[in-house]
Design a protein around this ligand. Structure first.
Ligand code: PEP
Ligand code: MN
Length: 260
């Protein structure tokens, strides 16, 4: 499916919103989150099926069994769904299950072999692919990932800015380095950029600030991790918010005068 993201703010008077949990945990959880966020009218529901965790004993995602939970939750409220893919097997399973949009995670964008494998697996479909920035602050690696997808004939591409890894930062889980997503827009003006304040901030109380900055910089939208019971989430518990908190956050955002 094609996402119409160019000039989204101006056209719809609100950011293009992707909401949903860090990880798909169960059928009930996905249904609860979807029903909870329906009122905020997300353009896409997110849910991680395969989770790239730093250490091996962390929860690594429910796997393919969770794909219908995600897809059905989207159908319940009439909103398309997206999940992270990191290899050809993931692509095949996600497409077969009816996932509408795919995204490539920050730990995959750093690896040209993995990006190429995904591009080859997607070739010949008309699926939209969102590409998170690489975890290290390397604009060319991000651009290279888009070029690989474009060479495979994938035309509907979206960038997600999720910040960059640093050791022990006092404020951010991943520092924003705003000049990098801005540089991407200069180099590839046709690729809309969405901001992911959840992974930049790493904590609930930092989300609004980062989201506001993204709006001030004219980003096309926001991806915000939303969970029915954030404190009990199986991954990224500290940064997830409830659907009610999501609604409050969106109400607090000040949109650019030119867009509303
Ligand atoms: C996620 O979106 O849950 C995730 C793992 O993100 P990133 O690739 O940005 O770390
Ligand atoms: Mn997460």
């Amino acid at each position: 499916m094609k996402l119409d993201l160019q000039n989204n703010l101006r056209k719809h008077k609100r950011p293009f919103l992707i909401a949903g949990p860090c990880s798909v945990e169960s059928e009930e959880q996905m249904m609860a989150v979807a029903k909870g966020i329906a009122e905020t009218k997300p353009a896409l529901i997110r849910g991680g099926i395969w989770k790239p965790r730093t250490r091996p004993d962390s929860f690594e995602g429910v796997g393919a069994i969770g794909l219908p939970w995600l897809v059905n939750a989207g159908k319940e409220i009439g909103v398309p769904v997206t999940t992270e893919v990191a290899n050809a097997k993931h692509v095949e399973a996600a497409l077969k299950a009816g996932v509408d949009v795919l995204w490539i995670g920050a730990r995959t964008t750093v690896n040209p072999f993995a990006v190429q494998e995904i591009a080859d697996a997607i070739q010949g479909t008309d699926i939209t692919v969102m590409v998170k920035n690489p975890i290290n602050p390397d604009l060319m690696l991000w651009i290279g990932a888009f070029e690989r997808l474009q060479k495979a004939g994938i035309q509907d591409l979206v960038a997600i800015h999720r910040g960059f890894s640093v050791y022990n930062h006092p404020r951010y889980r991943n520092v924003p380095n705003w000049e990098i997503p801005i540089g991407l827009t200069e180099e590839m003006p046709n690729i809309p950029v969405i901001c992911d304040p959840s992974h930049i901030s790493g904590r609930r109380d930092g989300l609004l600030n980062v989201a506001q900055k993204a709006m001030d910089l004219n980003f096309a939208g926001l991806m915000i991790e939303t969970h029915n019971n954030p404190d009990k989430a199986w991954s990224d518990a500290q940064q997830q918010i409830t659907p009610v908190q999501l609604k409050e956050l969106l109400n607090q955002l000040v949109l650019r005068k030119a867009d509303v």
